[in-house]
Ligand binder design. Sequence first.
Ligand code: GAR
Length: 186
Amino acid sequence: MVKKNASIFISGKGTNLKNILNKSIDYTFPIRVKLIVCSSRYAKGLVFAKQRSIPIFIIQNNLISQMKLINEINKRNISIICLAGFMKILSKSFIRALNLRILNIHPSLLPKYKGLNTYERIKKNKEKKTGCTVHFVNEKLDSGKIILRKYFYISPNDDFKVLKYNTQKLEYLAYPEAIYKLFRYN
Ligand code: GAR
């Protein structure tokens, strides 16, 4: 199969990035990661890019940096962007200029709990069930078309740490599955 070139955007630990990189070794996995974009040069997750000698682009909060990034993405013939714990909002102009499929993973069952501090809000509202969502990115926060969701049941004793652990365990299944799903027919 011909793999498509992908760019992964991160901001922190990069455990979803690591998981996607591990999956991409498989010859049936539809993408290969050609560029890592990060909002901080100190992000822990950059170690995974360095281990595999994947180019890194540190995005800054200005138009010049955005234009440079568009150039880097086009240069590498990237056809999909995966946001994996990227904690900045992509500007409308950036999304429009690229005109690519952009995916995101969010730690709740969207459309519930868009935005930040999801685990705290889920716990506070005594939800019985939560999970993660992979969706397309559009110009509104956590609002694009849903590709897939995975859930688990919360027990009353589950604290913030347990919620996060169980959610991320599902994320490591959900993101690769969503990528497979997307490229099943093309
Ligand atoms: C993930 O759990 C992801 O769902 C969340 O950040 C974490 C990043 O972890 N994303 C958001 O909250 C986006 N709104 P990682 O850096 O270890 O992959």
